[in-house]
Design a protein around this ligand. Structure first.
Ligand code: KE4
Length: 428
């Protein structure tokens, strides 16, 4: 495929933007190639600067569950522009989106809009600390909750040891309050709570992990987590920035029947515009300024244009049957990808939850980050590049999830499976 224009644009961007991108994963470094510059998108397709078209399974990393440029979303954005773009004052739209979130997620009585998933999780952790008066937090290896200092930690060696900063610039003084434990390992949680339960403000988890590749919770893991946090007065935060409105209308918490104390959201609720949110039980949320003492603010929080896009999106996905056909398509896709690998003798572990999917290039089961890291990254890179050459746009990392949209047709799924059959044969 022709790449000249993307290459030219990338040469310019790398001079003026670190790595030429505004978010690291987009640079495609981990798959050893350069990024495509996207000209436009429509339905389930992206069109790059050289005019090549791709079936898109990244969907802007989750938001585009309706597909690109859904007419209702575009119309809602056009309409709101007649009112203006930002007032720095409350509007009817914020409560309208809040209502749609509260109706969909029973554990949420009140919700605060912010501008990104990072802001949502950062604020949720501060709220949990403010509400409990405790400092320690627990997260899980391989779960990503955005880039707030307190959540950018790598697992220390050994379960209960304190953590090491996950990036230069994050002081030990901050990460000393964050413990990272193996995902799906309830014993490690029990061990830490045994020792330091009274100091722990919250446990934050992606109920279905999507940032180490897709890793579902082990049978009973979330239930035990809910029980033990309840018992110890620890706030349970479900980070549903990716899974919210994705794995089910009410998120993973609906699918698994768990009621967390705080939920963080993002991506889909902005319909492609910058929106994050955190919400939960009224008695907790009332601690947020200006109603309570826990401070959190944002110039563009609840921005009318972003709210309009989110409202239009959530109205579409609450239509009856929306998830049934979407989830079926996803299951068929993953089965096809897995069969393609099997026929080429390539060992993979593939799965889907709702319209989120993952495929690890490893023959073993993947229950946590350590398992995920047994994947063959060269093989994944060859697969990624081969599929891109055939017009299939996947996430450029083994440790990301894929997404199917309502705009993907059965024919698009068939085309994707055929491309995988060819590529798997080539790379085997
Ligand atoms: P943002 O700050 O990127 O809006 O959200 C952070 C975040 C929080 N929680 C979860 C579960 C998330 O998946 C994310 C962001 N996801 C990544 C994709 N792995 C965004 C892509 C990127 O970093 O460019």
């Amino acid at each position: 495929m022709k790449r000249e224009t993307s290459e030219k644009l990338f040469k310019h961007s790398v001079n003026v933007i670190p790595g030429g991108v505004n978010s690291p994963v987009r640079a495609c470094k981990s798959v050893g190639t350069d990024p495509l510059f996207i000209e436009r998108a429509d339905g389930c397709r992206l069109f790059d600067a050289d005019g090549n078209s791709y079936i898109d399974y990244v969907g802007s990393w989750g938001p585009m569950i309706l597909g690109h440029r859904h007419p209702e979303v575009i119309k809602a954005i056009e309409n709101v522009l007649n009112r203006g773009t930002s007032f720095g004052a409350p509007t009817d739209l914020e409560a309208e989106l809040a209502d749609l979130v509260i109706d969909a997620v029973p554990s949420i009585d009140m919700v605060r809009m912010v501008n990104s998933g990072t802001e949502a999780t950062m604020s949720a952790v501060r709220l949990a600390r403010g509400f409990t008066g405790r400092d320690l937090i627990i997260k899980f290896d391989g779960c990503y909750h955005g880039h707030a200092d307190t959540l950018l930690v790598e697992a220390g060696s050994g379960v209960a040891t304190l953590n090491i900063p996950g990036s230069p610039g994050v002081p030990e003084a901050v990460t000393q309050y964050t413990l990272s434990l193996p995902f799906n390992d309830i014993d490690s949680v029990k061990e830490v709570i045994e020792k330091r339960g009274a100091e722990i403000a919250c446990i934050i988890i992606e109920p279905v992990a999507g940032n180490m590749g897709m890793v579902p919770p082990a049978e009973g893991f979330l239930e035990e987590l809910r029980a033990i946090t309840e018992k110890n007065g620890i706030i349970l935060i479900f980070d549903e920035v990716m899974t919210g409105f994705r794995v089910a209308h009410g998120g993973a918490q609906e699918g698994y029947g768990i009621s967390p104390d705080i939920t963080t959201l993002g991506k889909i609720i902005g319909g492609g515009l910058p929106v994050g949110a955190y919400g939960g039980r009224r008695e907790i949320m009332e601690h947020i300024a200006p109603q309570g003492p826990v401070y959190q603010a944002g110039t563009l929080s609840g921005n009318p244009v972003a709210m309009a896009a989110g409202i239009a999106t959530l109205k579409q996905i609450k239509q009856p049957g929306f998830y049934d056909s979407l989830n079926e398509k996803t299951e068929r896709l993953v089965k096809g990808l897995k069969n393609a690998a099997d026929s080429a003798g390539i060992k993979t572990t593939a799965d889907s939850i709702g319209s989120m999917f993952g495929m690890f290039f490893t023959g073993q089961a993947v229950d946590n980050f350590a398992d995920a890291k047994t994947s063959n990254l060269e093989l994944f890179s060859a697969y990624y590049k081969g599929m891109r050459e055939k017009g299939i746009y996947l996430a450029p990392s083994q440790f990301e999830a894929g997404f199917v949209s309502a705009a993907h047709s059965d024919e698009d799924i068939d085309t994707t499976i055929k491309a995988a059959e060819a590529v798997m044969g080539e790379i085997a």
